[in-house]
Design a protein around this ligand. Structure first.
Ligand code: GLU
Length: 371
C-alpha cells in the first residue's frame, strides 16, 4: 500500500499546545520546534506546500502577564493570547528562517470561514502566500473572537483552513496518538484503528461525549474536524506529535489513524458551489464567454453583458446566456455594483474602473461549476 502522504501536494499540519509549550515554564520547546521545522523544510523540498495551524498562544502568554495557573476566564485567555501570539510567531519565524523559509502569520476567526466575502479574501490571501513560497502560520484570532464567534479549538479551525484552500492532507499532531475502539486507559481490549473509511455513529461513539474522560482529551473536536476535512475531499490523520520529527516519523510509517476523504478537494468544492449555495444574482454573458467557460476557462469581465440582483463579493451567482438559459454558477469576485462597472471591460482596465486592482477574473474557474 502506498503511504497516504505519497500523493500529498498541499498539507495542513496542526500543532497542539501540549507539544509546543512546556507546561512548567510556559516556554516554547525550541528543540522540538526546530525538529518540526526541519520536517517542514523536507516536505517542501519534496514539492509540497505546507500550512501550519498552531495552538499555544494562551499557554505561552499567560506567565509573562502574571496570570494564575489553572482555568482562565475568557478575557484572561484573550489577554494571554495577545501576549503569547507574538512569541509564538517569532519562534516559527526564527526556526523556519534556518531553512530560508518565509513565515506569514494569519489570524482567523470563525466568521472568516462562514462569511463568504471574508472567506474568499482569506482564501485568496492564503493561496497567494503559498504561490509566493511562504509557510502560513495560522491561529485563531483569540483576542477579538468572543465566545459566540470562536472556534475555541484549533482542530476545527485547521479543518476549515484545509477546506478553504483545497488542501489534500490534514494532520492533527497532539498528545493523542489516534482513535481507539474504546478508552485504552480503562479498557484493555481497546483496539487502535489505523484507518477510518466513514465517520459513522459508531465512530462518533468511540470519541466519547464532550466532557467525558475520553472526550476531554479532545477526541470529539478531532472527529468533527475529520468530518469537515473528509467532506472537503481532504484526508486526515490523528497522529502522535510528542517525539522529535513527528512528520518524518509519520512519513516513515509511524502510528496514526487515517480518515479517508470523500472524493477529491476540487470535486468537493464544486459540489459545495453547485449544491449548498442559493444564488444571489445573475451574470448574463455573451456567446464568446459561454464557449470559453465550456472549454474550461474563467469568466472575464469582457464577456459579461448584464448584471442582475444585488450581491456581495464572494457570493454565489448564476451565469446565464442572453436567452436566459443557465450556463453555470460560481463565486463572484466582485460585488454587484462593481460587476456593473466592470461588465464588458478588459481585465487590464479593472484598476482604472474601480480605483483598486482586483482579480482579473469575474469568476475564477476553480470557483465555477457548469450546468
Ligand atoms: N488558539 C488557542 C491558542 O493558541 C488554542 C486553541 C486550541 O487549543 O485548540 O492558545
Amino acid at each position: 500500500m502506498t503511504h497516504p502522504l505519497a500523493k500529498t501536494h498541499r498539507l495542513v499540519v496542526k500543532i497542539g499546545s501540549s507539544l509546543l509549550v512546556e507546561e512548567a515554564s510556559g516556554h516554547v520547546r525550541r528543540k522540538w520546534l526546530d525538529a518540526l521545522a526541519d520536517d517542514i523544510a523536507r516536505q517542501r523540498a519534496q514539492g509540497r506546500e505546507v500550512v501550519v495551524v498552531t495552538s499555544g498562544a494562551i499557554a505561552v502568554g499567560r506567565r509573562p502577564l502574571g496570570l494564575p495557573s489553572g482555568a482562565l476566564r475568557l478575557d484572561q485567555k484573550q489577554a494571554a493570547a495577545a501576549t503569547g501570539q507574538i512569541r509564538l510567531a517569532h519562534a516559527y519565524q526564527e526556526t523556519l528562517a534556518r531553512h530560508d523559509i518565509v513565515v506569514a502569520q494569519v489570524l482567523l476567526t470563525l466568521d472568516d470561514s462562514e462569511n463568504r466575502r471574508r472567506y474568499l479574501n482569506a482564501r485568496t490571501t492564503l493561496l497567494t502566500l503559498l504561490a509566493q513560497g511562504a509557510v502560513p502560520v495560522i491561529n485563531e484570532n483569540d483576542t477579538v473572537a468572543t465566545q459566540e464567534i470562536r472556534f475555541g479549538d484549533n482542530d476545527r479551525l485547521a479543518a476549515r483552513v484545509a477546506e478553504m484552500i483545497g488542501a489534500d492532507t490534514l494532520i492533527l499532531f497532539s498528545d493523542i496518538d489516534g482513535l481507539y475502539t474504546a478508552d485504552p486507559r480503562r479498557d484493555s481490549g481497546a483496539r487502535f484503528l489505523t484507518e477510518v473509511v466513514a465517520i459513522t455513529p459508531e465512530i462518533e461513539a468511540m470519541a466519547g461525549q464532550p466532557g467525558s474522560a475520553v472526550g476531554s482529551g479532545g477526541m470529539v473536536t478531532k472527529i468533527t474536524a475529520a468530518r469537515i476535512a473528509t467532506q472537503a475531499g481532504c484526508k486526515m490523520a490523528i497522529a502522535p506529535g510528542h517525539g522529535l520529527h513527528p512528520l518524518a516519523a509519520l512519513e516513515a510509517g509511524g502510528r496514526a489513524t487515517w480518515f479517508k476523504p470523500v472524493g477529491e478537494p476540487k470535486a468537493a468544492r464544486k459540489r459545495w458551489i453547485a449544491g449548498a449555495l442559493s444564488p444571489a444574482g445573475v451574470l448574463v454573458v455573451d456567446e464568446g464567454a459561454v464557449k470559453a467557460l465550456r472549454s474550461g476557462k474563467s469568466l472575464l469581465p469582457a464577456g459579461v453583458v448584464g448584471v442582475e440582483g444585488e450581491f456581495q463579493k464572494g457570493e454565489a451567482v448564476l451565469i446565464s446566456d442572453r436567452q436566459g438559459r443557465a450556463v453555470g454558477r460560481g463565486l463572484v469576485a466582485y460585488s454587484a455594483a462593481d460587476s456593473r462597472r466592470l461588465q464588458g471591460l478588459n481585465s487590464a482596465d479593472i484598476e482604472a474602473a474601480l480605483g483598486w486592482r482586483g482579480r482579473d477574473e469575474m469568476i475564477h474557474r476553480d470557483d465555477l461549476v457548469l450546468e
